[in-house]
Design a binder for this molecule. Structure first.
Ligand code: PMV
Length: 362
């Protein structure tokens, strides 16, 4: 059992339980082959692979103060962008409950979680990947203070493992520029418990890949990703979808090795549309794309034909469009975005981002 390796069982000397503060910055990520469908506890039904981003990140400081007497509860306050926030508490509470077996020392402290995002609040950009991974990394810094023998490799592995228990895709935010999560026979070391840095040959074009995020709709999603994953359980196309993702990974390995951008574009767009096709054929069905999502996609297709660039789109569980393109096409694509696409965004909002190397301590 891989999980056993993550249970903290270092003797906890009383003098080590003192107060302190740890801080991490952790980025968001964008999947190329998507994770949609899981079993308990956050075990993915298929392998996924993502670019770790750079500019969209969460910064979290965790202040920890020893409790007067240890108890089974985890006591904490959340301060989001400088203000106490009650709305985030239930998700963090269940995260703490879920991970207590692996980091039992959390029951010795009261916590203050100070957190903020680099991207605008309610922009439709999910902050669960960056937020949960930043918090998991802070907990690992406490673990390392308690057990200085913790190795760098174990630290990152367990941070990803804990992140996954907070939000599945969060386990892909710890390292970069490409991370794989979910067991695949063709990727050495891949597993369902934590994300690993893509271990095979990677063409340099993918180290500097660009991602411009077009903020199409800032509204609250009508269906959460938790509900969406759940609807894959009895989905009539589920097995075919999981097989499609596994097959896409096989093709993607060759693409990433050779820098084959034509096939890259094809797989990435097929993945985005398959994800949304699953939503549109769930019971009950739902749709997260908006009219402007489709308008943007059509414009991207026309521009790609005309410009002969390797621009493509992908989508998360929402209406926003991620435009992916190689660094060398930056100027041409950025002009296209400004001239033709910004007008289709909510309040003309967009964010330039690019592949990044993962989280960093502050
Ligand atoms: O990590 P969750 O449970 O929010 O699921 C994320 C799912 C997608 O963003 C739609 C796809 C992915 O692989 O990131």
């Amino acid at each position: 059992m891989i999980e056993k390796e993550f249970i903290f069982n270092y003797p906890l000397a009383a003098e080590l339980i003192k107060n302190g503060k740890v801080s991490w910055q952790s980025p968001s990520n964008i999947a190329l082959v998507k994770y949609w469908g899981k079993t308990e506890p956050q075990i993915p039904k298929n392998t996924s692979i993502s670019f770790t981003l750079s500019n969209c990140f969460t910064t979290t400081s965790l202040i920890y103060i020893p409790k007067k007497a240890p108890s089974k509860t985890v006591d904490f306050k959340v301060i989001f962008e400088g203000k106490e926030n009650e709305a985030f508490k239930p998700k963090i509470k269940s995260f703490f409950e879920r991970i207590a077996v692996y980091v039992p020392f959390i029951q010795n402290y009261e916590f203050e979680i100070h957190t903020q995002n680099s991207f605008p609040h309610s922009s439709g950009i999910a902050s669960s990947a960056s937020g949960m991974s930043a918090l998991a990394l802070c907990l690992m810094s406490i673990e390392k203070n308690l057990n200085p023998e913790t190795s760098e490799t174990y630290f990152l592995k367990k941070a990803s493992f804990l992140s996954r228990l907070g939000s599945g895709s969060a386990c892909r935010s710890v390292e970069g520029p490409l991370v794989v999560w979910g067991k695949h026979p063709n990727i050495y070391g891949s597993n369902d418990q934590y994300g690993i840095k893509y271990p095979a040959d990677l063409h340099p074009v993918f180290e500097t890949f660009q991602d411009c995020i077009l903020l199409v709709d800032r509204g609250v999603k009508q269906v959460s990703s938790t509900v969406g994953h759940g609807l894959m359980t009895d989905h009539p196309f589920a097995e075919a979808r999981f097989k499609q993702a596994q097959d896409h990974i096989v093709k993607m390995i060759e693409v990433l090795k050779k820098g084959d951008l034509d096939t890259f574009v094809e797989i990435v767009e097929k993945e985005a549309l398959s994800l949304h096709a699953m939503m549109m054929s769930s019971d009950p069905y739902f749709m997260l794309m908006k009219p402007n999502t489709l308008k943007i996609i059509e414009k991207i297709w026309n521009f790609r034909k005309k410009s002969k660039t390797h621009i493509c789109f992908t989508l998360d569980a929402g209406a926003n469009v991620h435009i992916l393109y190689p660094d060398k096409d930056k100027e041409l694509v950025n002009n296209f975005i400004i001239n033709d696409l910004i007008g289709l965004c909510d309040n003309n909002q967009y964010i330039y981002d690019e592949a990044g190397l993962g989280a960093s301590p502050l």
